[in-house]
Design a protein around this ligand. Structure first.
Ligand code: DAK
Length: 267
């Protein structure tokens, strides 16, 4: 039986640490978990806490309530910002998603409902997206005459390609989970009552691997995708060298030859 260890009292998020897994729940269900500045500050602090906690080896982000993962940036707040405030806020928010990609631990978005605008941008900064059949996706910013500001125009294009990204960004329409899967925007779609189980299965797989090597893969993919192929392959070779130098790699290679199960130490 896992012990639930509550870490801190937050106002807009719930943070649970259950053995090796930290779960961060966006917790403004009445506003469909829309991202106001206070929530984002807490989310950032929670991510930092999870990254710093040596016991944590996987992070799950999800939304409170039945209806939404996150319906995007808080529209009430957006209207109040001056142009200068918006630019500063923009850099600050972008840093959170960029940091999520720099973090070494795998991050899973558990998408239980509406996943729109900034909500989808945060989901796209995660390493995995597991969705309920009820999930709805979109970049509806165009309907507010704004654009996504936290990577939506960039990460969406990288994930699903220019043709469909342009359509989603310019038409601002919702797509259902099945379509999101077809576009490879999500890894898997499952009935709502199977969502927790599916995410737990994925976590089980990830926890069985070397955490240090998972971190190297995440870094190689996220940095490499921004480079030309020649530089990316050079970087991959450097990462390969780092991976091979770990104790876990020695253990993995030896365990194979000795026909036994590996025991990784994360070193
Ligand atoms: N912000 C604030 N409140 C929201 C919200 C949002 N994004 N989405 C929903 N709510 C609130 C509603 O106002 C409503 O509040 P009450 O009226 O009950 O007080 C409550 O949540 C329930 O919503 P609905 O009554 O509308 O529920 P429905 O089932 O009828 O509709 C919906 C659900 C998700 C289809 C609808 O709520 C909706 O269309 N919501 C807006 C979705 C949206 O447009 N999202 C994009 C927001 S803009 C940036 C970074 C990020 C961004 C921009 C810049 N930088 C770093 C620069 C991102 C921008 C966005 O995400």
């Amino acid at each position: 039986m896992f012990l639930i260890k509550m870490s801190k009292e937050w106002k807009y998020i719930l943070y649970e640490r259950d053995e090796n897994v930290a779960t961060i729940t966006l917790n403004r269900p009445k506003a469909l978990n829309a991202l106001n500045t206070a929530l984002l500050a807490e989310l950032r602090a929670a991510l930092e806490e999870a990254e710093a906690d040596v016991e944590v080896r996987a992070i799950v982000i999800t939304g409170a309530g039945e209806k939404a993962f996150c319906a995007g940036a808080d529209i009430v707040e957006l209207l109040e910002k001056s142009s200068i405030e918006a630019s500063e806020w923009s850099r600050w928010v972008q840093a959170i998603t960029t940091d999520m990609e720099k973090m070494r631990k795998p991050i899973i978005a558990k998408i239980n409902g509406f996943c729109l605008g900034g909500g989808l941008e945060f989901a796209m900064a995660c390493d995995f997206r597991i969705a309920s059949e009820k999930a709805i996706f979109g970049q509806p910013e165009i309907n507010l005459a704004i654009i996504p500001g936290s990577g939506g125009t960039q990460r969406l294009t990288r994930l699903i390609g220019k043709t469909k990204a342009m359509e989603m960004l310019m038409c601002g329409e919702h797509i259902n989970a099945e379509e999101a899967f077809r576009l490879t925007l999500v890894n898997k779609v499952v009935p709502p009552d199977k969502l927790d189980g599916e995410v737990n299965e994925l976590i089980k797989k990830l926890l069985s691997k070397s955490p240090v090597t998972l971190g190297i893969i995440k870094d190689a993919v996220n940095r490499g995708i921004e480079m030309n192929l020649e530089h990316a392959l050079y970087y991959e070779a450097e990462c390969f060298g780092s991976a091979l130098a770990t104790e876990d790699a020695r253990e993995g290679l030896k365990a194979f030859l000795e026909k036994r199960k590996y025991e990784f130490k994360g070193k």
